[in-house]
Ligand binder design. Structure first.
Ligand code: FES
Length: 123
């Protein structure tokens, strides 16, 4: 479920049980239903959410409260989604964002390699 997740904490107790599958750049991962996407990604050691459109430098979680916009990812076909505010849901498709919002590792640009299921209602 993510080697960096704290499943048992002496003060906060056990992590919630409702686990969901989601996709990051086509890779199936697990997260906890409703936790921020950025948290689900960090639990798997994924710290790069996008690459800056001018410098090309990697960006990720910075403020964690929706102010800095550094954590933007592409969800489905919607770019500039703040991963620190967007809840992880079953089947959601998340992509590293490059520059002005192009998806990186977009499996649809590689015919025959799209192993993700179609989810109605998810762009
Ligand atoms: S980490 Fe600052 S807006 Fe998401």
């Amino acid at each position: 479920m993510g080697e960096f997740r704290i499943d048992s904490h002496p003060v906060f107790g056990m992590a919630p049980e409702k686990r969901v599958a989601f996709y990051f750049n086509g890779q199936r991962l697990e997260g906890i239903d409703g936790e921020p996407l950025g948290v689900s990604l960090m639990a798997h050691g994924i710290r790069i959410m996008r690459y800056d459109r001018i410098t090309g430098e990697p960006r990720g979680i910075f403020c964690g409260i929706g102010h800095c916009y550094e954590c933007r990812v592409t969800v489905g076909t919607t770019r500039d989604v703040r991963s620190c505010l967007t809840p992880t849901r079953e089947g959601i498709r998340v992509f590293t964002q490059d520059g002005w919002g192009q998806r990186i590792n977009d499996s649809s640009s590689h015919p025959g390699q799209d192993s993700e299921p179609d989810e109605p209602g998810i762009p």
